[in-house]
Design a protein around this ligand. Structure first.
Ligand code: UDX
Length: 435
């Protein structure tokens, strides 16, 4: 099939590349000519495992094209995916002006029928808005069909999530569009759920909000565990063995970050509000998420007392492993709180330091974990990179001034750390320091 994907951010780039790898001819469009130039040279503008070789392979095979010429792409393809950004406005609503602009361009350009697919995360009823725009600016009287096909990929495993999805949701109002999209995805042999457009739109916000709720729930349990001496890891394991609950997304820590969960939870609260529902549950999910950062810093202060001029080593800055994404990373809030108390931060992250430089000021970026830990009074793990699990902690402990270890992701083996002589503190799991 011939496909256009408008927007080469995470979602558009991964979707376009994977569609090409499935054998389709794909035009990925962006207004950023620098980015398009880079992509045409086979270089990936984001850190995403497995994506760059896939781009290279499909560009070489002449199935994947990067262009700024949206009109040409529209004219050469029947299915057009809108994957442009929907960033939050200052009031928390999603800014849909990029989506509207693309819809308008499609309407003004197309001379033959098109299927227009929303791939970006959008509020319910955006499909209706897109259909209205397509009708309004339609000089050639073209028939447009609007489909909602939300994306569920995670950064760090985006290619796999796209090619081996749990489910594909296709919200279409016409049989023709349903059939076309069904055919497009059929090579993936995944479960496809066909719905109406509005239900598909809500599925995306409801799924992300539910996952965020699961994280805040286990974080609340972690706090109870901290205050009672129970071990949240065992509690989560016991809960997760119930098939109705499931074990995923029950890892407590310093709270969720990234561009999707914070933005989507806020947007869903606003959407609900506009429809007359006060989503108190999600407001509390946000509260708990913010509180996790403060609880973590409080733990540090309880052990180190005054932080002024104390050297603190931070391992991990990205909002999660396998990405260089710093958007809404918990590390930003935590480092700020520590700096406000006068702490000196020495940080290391395997890939996110370049991006972190524009988000976090006044810290020392180190070339490796050992350099960051030297003479530190405390070591904080804020992202659970595999690299950190394989560090020589004996060597690290020997180079530190005092041996406090705060594991914000519960990713280290607490017993081993204690046996090495660390004073270990997890989230909801104290590692039995007092035994
Ligand atoms: C998320 C959704 O998973 C994906 O389906 C959607 O399309 C985009 O948003 P992403 O933001 O890439 O993906 O990351 P994800 O792996 O879901 O993690 C989000 C945040 O939650 C991270 O900060 C992570 O550290 C945190 N998290 C996740 C926890 O704190 N505990 C968990 O158990 C799981």
């Amino acid at each position: 099939m011939d496909i256009t994907v408008v927007g080469t951010g995470y979602v558009g780039l991964v979707a376009g590349t994977c569609f090409a790898d499935m054998g389709n001819r794909v035009f990925c469009v962006d207004i950023d000519s620098k980015k398009i130039g880079m992509l045409n040279d086979g270089k990936c503008p984001i850190y995403e495992p497995g994506l760059e070789p896939l781009i290279e392979k499909n560009v070489k095979a002449k199935r994947l094209f990067f262009t700024t010429d949206i009109k040409k792409a529209i004219n050469e393809t029947e299915i057009i995916f809108i994957a442009v950004g929907t960033p939050p406005k200052p009031n928390g609503d999603a800014d849909l002006s990029f989506v509207e602009n693309v819809a308008k361009t499609i309407a003004e350009t197309a001379t033959e029928p098109k299927i227009v697919v929303e791939k970006s995360t959008v509020p319910v009823e955006t499909g209706e808005r897109i259909a209205a725009v397509l009708k309004l600016y339609n000089p050639h009287n073209v028939v447009f069909e609007v489909v909602s096909n939300p994306e569920f990929l995670r950064e760090g495993s985006a290619v796999k999530d796209f090619l081996v999805p749990d489910r594909i949701v296709i919200g279409a109002s016409s049989e023709h569009a349903r059939k076309k999209l069904g055919e497009l995805y059929s090579p993936l042999k995944a479960k496809i759920l066909f719905t109406d457009v509005k239900s598909a739109e809500i599925i995306k916000h409801a799924s992300n909000s539910f996952l965020a709720t699961k994280i805040s729930f286990i974080n609340a349990i972690a706090d109870i565990c901290d205050n009672t001496g129970a071990d949240v890891k065992l509690v989560a394991e016991g809960m997760g063995l119930d098939a109705r609950i499931g074990k995923s997304f029950l890892n407590p820590g310093i709270g969720y970050g990234g561009f999707c969960f914070p933005k989507d939870v806020e947007a869903f609260i606003r959407i609900a509000e506009k429809k007359g529902y006060d989503f108190r549950l999600l407001k509390e999910v946000q509260e708990i998420n913010h509180a996790q950062r403060k609880i973590f810093v409080k733990k540090i202060e309880q052990q180190l007392w005054n932080l002024n001029n104390k050297k603190i080593c931070v391992l991990g800055l990205a909002f999660k492993p396998n990405t260089d994404d710093m958007r809404f990373a918990p590390s930003i809030d935590i480092i700020k709180m520590l700096q406000d108390e006068g702490a000196k931060i020495f940080a290391y992250d395997p890939v996110a330091m370049e991006r972190a430089k524009s988000e976090i000021r006044g810290i020392e970026f180190c070339s490796n974990a050992y350099a960051a830990a030297k003479d530190a009074e405390a070591l904080l793990v804020l992202t659970e990179w595999q690299e950190f699990l394989e560090l020589d902690f004996k060597k690290i402990r020997a180079s530190m001034k005092t041996h406090f270890l705060f594991d914000g992701r519960n990713c280290l083996d607490s017993k081993k750390m204690i046996s090495l002589g660390f004073k270990y503190f997890g989230m909801g799991s104290q590692g039995n320091n007092c035994l």
